[in-house]
Ligand binder design. Structure first.
Ligand SMILES: [Zn+2]
Ligand SMILES: [Zn+2]
Length: 277
């Protein structure tokens, strides 16, 4: 993955006023931190989709945390398993077993905001709204809107599927719950200019990974079409895929969905790629 990048999820968004919004703190936040050093003191707003390692393990290497005068705001959902707010994402990693520096030694002003689904956060002129997605742990997709432009990032997301058989008593009730949740997700990303979607697998690979909490290229195309998205970026690639294999998978997707590709526009997300809206 030399061309598309081997780092885990981190997306930087700049508003027209240069306000800094960061989606997820995967290992990609480390090269971002290097680039940000010329801007300190700075204010950063980091929104965490969920606390699986690949989305937070870059946080302890976010250099602005160690520099006085910086302000780092971290947002995310309540962890029902640990029964803790989003402060948990950082404090767990700053235990001595995992990292040599204690959280108390961080010099930036750090604030945590545990937010609920649908609760809009204002960052300057931008609005960031979390939507509950489908993953083994609570995972927020984020819609970021500013000056009439919008982006939705899914975090990790698997399309809902009914865990019951059609003749089970629970089937119908579960089916309507699924429809309700799917509607809420589509509403969350409705008409965005850019959708960045978990497209870990091909449909063939997915059969063995059902329930792992990840989507396929095809499920991303479907969501983009139903939500009226303008442009789609596939991301969160299956980690063993080489650049060449990824491009072959992408060519197959274009061949399967020629109309959607023309109407929506398909892209492979790539490390360092800059998109202006
Ligand atoms: Zn995950
Ligand atoms: Zn992930």
């Amino acid at each position: 993955m030399a061309r598309y990048g081997g780092n885990t999820t981190c997306i930087e968004i700049r508003t027209g006023d240069r306000d800094l919004i960061i989606l997820d703190g995967g290992s990609g936040i480390y090269p971002l931190a290097q680039a940000l050093m010329s801007e300190v003191p700075l204010v950063a707003h980091i929104f965490i989709s969920h606390t699986h390692w690949d989305h937070i393990h870059g946080l302890p290497f976010f250099n602005p945390l160690f520099i006085p005068g910086n302000e780092v705001n971290i947002y995310g959902g309540y962890d029902v398993v640990a029964q803790k707010g989003i402060e948990h994402a950082l404090s767990t990693q700053f235990q001595y077993s995992y990292f040599p520096i204690r959280e108390a030694e961080l010099k930036a002003r750090i604030r945590y905001f545990t937010i609920g689904a649908g609760e809009t956060v204002r960052v300057g002129n931008a609005k960031v709204t979390p939507t509950l997605m489908n993953h083994p742990v609570l995972n927020y997709g984020y819609r970021v809107e500013c000056s009439g432009k919008s982006v939705f990032f899914t975090g990790d997301h698997e399309p809902h599927w009914n865990i019951y058989e059609p003749d089970d008593d629970e089937f119908q009730e579960y089916e309507s719950l699924i429809h309700q949740q799917e509607r809420s997700i589509l509403d969350g990303m409705r008409d965005v200019d850019l959708l960045i979607a978990d497209s870990s697998y091909t449909p063939e690979e997915y059969e063995a990974k059902k329930g792992w909490g990840h989507g396929t290229f095809d499920s991303s195309v479907r969501m983009a079409r139903l939500a009226g998205v303008r442009e789609l970026f596939f991301t969160h690639y299956e980690p063993t895929r080489t650049d060449r294999a990824l491009e072959a998978v992408f060519a197959d997707v274009i061949a399967r969905y020629p109309r959607e590709c023309r109407e929506i526009g398909f892209n492979l997300a790539m490390e360092g790629r800059v998109i202006e809206l």
